[in-house]
Design a protein around this ligand. Structure first.
Ligand code: YH5
Length: 282
């Protein structure tokens, strides 16, 4: 079982029963959630400052939208969005910083600018240089499950047993990462809620998240304001906070340790009270 993630410069992220809230810093102009749209570095710094104040222990910077209707983002455009944001945050804070990218060049330049963790929604499968880069850099990697590619992933996805298939796929992806030289203790798994899944699949992944947790890898979940919350509540993205908190609590009860969210303060509060209520201690 992984009990801590080793970060550059001797820093660590403890996973001994604690949860971590990862704040989403979106630099894409076409982000689905209006409030997380940021064009300028000033806005990134303001958002990062608020998230750190509110208890985020990781910030996740992304420059490529994964919405099905999103435009393809070339490497130069992605670098132009991500690198100034990473540099601006790193020059001000020592916080753990992940970069949400599928491209090895963006990963490499982000790490040079101060990023600590690679969050790859393609689980190192898109760019043939990604696994080798992560191995050589010695950084933690988040391996997320996705069925297909963003443009087509929601066109009639089908699973016989989604939770079992996602678990097997992620364990294989982790085995490949280890073969490529990435340490077992540097791997985080993510079921990829909303990425090529129907409502019933997303709910099964949450209800059976313990089956992923018991692999011994830390589990990260991205649930914040996603469509499955909208499907259950009938609400648009800006009205999905309460539903997202309920889903985060369910994932925490099943053993998730890292929560990728838009609403840091509310998620920290909900998970703090949940943990205290379950353990009976503050
Ligand atoms: C994730 O789950 N998700 S980007 C659609 C929404 C709301 C939110 C329609 N990057 C994940 O956040 N990285 C994204 O409502 C991620 N895990 C990891 N590791 C999609 C997103 C979103 C999409």
């Amino acid at each position: 079982m992984t009990t801590e993630l080793r970060l550059p410069r001797g820093r660590t992220l403890a996973l001994d029963g604690r949860f971590h809230v990862m704040g989403i810093i979106n630099t894409t102009p076409d982000s689905f959630f209006g409030d997380s749209r940021m064009g300028t570095t000033d806005a990134v710094v303001d958002r990062a400052a608020a998230m750190i104040r509110d208890g985020a222990s990781i910030l996740d910077v992304g420059g490529e939208s994964s919405r099905p209707d999103a435009q393809y983002v070339g490497v130069d455009e992605e670098l132009a969005r991500v690198i100034p944001a990473v540099s601006a945050i790193r020059s001000r804070w020592d916080i753990a910083l992940s970069v949400d990218t599928r491209k090895a060049r963006v990963a490499r330049e982000s790490v040079q600018a101060g990023a600590d963790i690679i969050n790859d929604i393609a689980a190192l499968g898109d760019d043939p240089d990604m696994a080798g880069f992560c191995a050589q850099a010695g950084l933690p990697v988040v391996l997320m499950h996705m069925k297909g590619i963003p443009a087509t992933m929601q066109n009639e996805p089908y699973y016989d047993d989604c939770a079992a298939e996602v678990r097997a796929w992620l364990v294989s992806a982790a085995d490949r990462a280890i073969q490529a030289g990435i340490a077992r203790s540097a791997i985080v798994l993510d079921p990829g809620v909303g990425f090529g899944k129907r409502l019933q699949d997303n709910l099964q992944l949450l209800a059976r998240l313990d089956e992923l947790v018991c692999t011994g890898y830390p589990v990260l979940v991205g649930l914040s304001r996603k469509s499955f919350v909208g499907a259950l509540t009938g609400r648009q993205a800006d009205g999905r906070l309460a539903g997202s908190l309920a889903a985060a609590c369910a994932a925490r009860i099943r053993g998730a340790s890292i929560f990728r969210v838009h609403d840091v303060a509310e998620t920290v509060d909900a998970l703090t009270v949940l943990d205290a209520s379950i353990t009976g201690t503050a």
